[in-house]
Design a protein around this ligand. Structure first.
Ligand code: GAF
Length: 395
């Protein structure tokens, strides 16, 4: 792998991370690796319900320069935490400490060791352009980039889905977030110009082309991150799983949308569970329909489904927030916007809009000014097209 397939801007950041590595006294990097963030087009909060999800890798990246050491010491620097060096021993029985970003790397090192790899010490420098707290999977990208970088240092390969599962476990055990597989799968398995169709019943996946000169994906980062999102996530995940048990199914995927009312009438479901089940079952159906609609370039229908997804996440699943509701409502009302919804785990983070390219500039300006006037916060808005997944190469 070389840097040929990377944009000039991207190549400049690779150079920068090499410089950060050298300035940190680490010498010359042996391997470079990059992992993208992801945006989910539709299929929200259903990866842990056996649903089909439809993410794409985005043009925001975690860049890493890394070099193996002769001992077990790991030393990490990040442009996001200037002047600080994180250290641990790869040979230790590792455990997470506080909220430190090195927890993700400890989780990945632990996973690789469990998978039978002899992980040596290493020095690494990180530069990330994936906004933290933006709902764009900065943590999955960090896990994936280190997984791939360490494997490449060792001259080893691992199946992409297996690496995604290893990174998911790192997130569970070292960040305490009981996430589904979508984020890690997306940042590793995505291909340029395509959406990832990950079927979480059996973790099988396909790639669906999504490239249209006239239509694009706009990401609107609300730049807010509310409340205990981890706790809210776990409550919903547990609620869905408890509801599935009551309904006698393995996952909520098995509930026929035509028989949803019948399922919701079950006397043992709590009111919260009913809302979760309604969201999950309808969202699974919407995602399947969106795949069809996008395949036929029926953007009007795809947009309606995105809008319905937002309403369901807001009213039934209750993971949206006033800022995301404001963005979605404003965008949905504009010319050239097929649809707009919150994306990712929620409680802040980003929205995604399916937009006619000739309307991107005016929509961006409108949201910037109205959002800032309403909340006093400057949103970060950018267009993306589907990018390729994590990769690493020898320097
Ligand atoms: C977070 C999780 F990490 C994903 O697994 C997924 O559940 C998502 O929220 C909601 O769709 O990003």
């Amino acid at each position: 792998m070389s840097t040929e397939t990377l944009s000039p801007e991207h190549q400049a950041t690779i150079e920068e991370v090499g410089n950060l590595f050298a300035e940190s006294g680490f010498g010359t990097p042996e391997v470079f690796a990059v992992a993208p963030g992801r945006v989910n087009v539709i299929g929200e909060h259903i990866d842990y319900n056996g649903g089909l999800v439809l993410p794409a890798a985005i043009d925001r990246w975690v860049h890493v320069a890394i070099r193996r050491r002769d001992d077990a010491l790991v030393r990490l620097v990040s442009a996001q935490a200037p002047g600080k060096v994180e250290e641990f021993l790869a040979s230790d029985d590792l455990a997470p400490q506080g909220n430190n970003w090195s927890n993700y790397i400890k989780g990945v090192v632990t996973g690789l060791k469990k998978a039978g790899f002899e992980v040596p010490g290493f020095e690494a420098a990180v530069i990330s352009t994936v906004p933290v707290g933006g709902g764009l999977s900065s943590s999955a990208a960090l896990e994936a980039v280190f997984g791939k970088a360490i494997l490449t240092l060792l001259g080893e390969e691992m199946d992409g889905l297996d690496l995604a599962k290893l990174c998911q476990k790192a997130e569970h055990d070292f960040a305490g977030v009981p996430c589904g597989l979508m984020d890690q799968a997306a940042v590793i398995l995505c291909e340029e110009g395509k959406l990832l169709m990950l079927d979480c019943v059996d973790d099988s996946f396909q790639h669906a082309p999504f490239e249209d000169p006239d239509w694009g994906l706009l990401i609107i980062n609300s730049c807010v991150s509310h409340e205990l999102s981890d706790g809210g996530y776990a409550v919903r995940r547990d609620g869905c799983h408890a509801a599935a048990k009551i309904l006698g199914v393995e996952t909520l995927r098995e509930i026929d949308p035509a028989k949803l009312d019948e399922a919701l009438a079950h006397p043992d479901l709590t009111e919260d569970m009913k809302r979760y089940v309604r969201h999950a079952v309808t969202e699974i159906a919407r995602t399947l329909e969106t795949v069809e609609a996008l395949g036929q370039r029926d953007y009007a229908l795809a947009g309606e489904l995105l809008n319905a997804s937002h309403a369901s996440l807001r009213d039934d699943y209750r993971v949206s927030c006033p800022e995301l509701d404001f963005i979605a409502k404003l965008a949905q009302a504009q010319e050239g916007v097929a649809g707009c919804r919150m994306t990712g785990g929620g409680f802040g983070g980003s929205a995604i809009a399916l937009v006619r390219r000739d309307c991107v500039a005016s929509l961006t300006a409108l949201i910037e000014s109205r959002y800032e006037a309403e909340f006093g916060i400057e949103p970060k808005i950018f267009e993306t097209r589907p990018m390729g997944g994590t990769r690493a190469w020898k320097a």
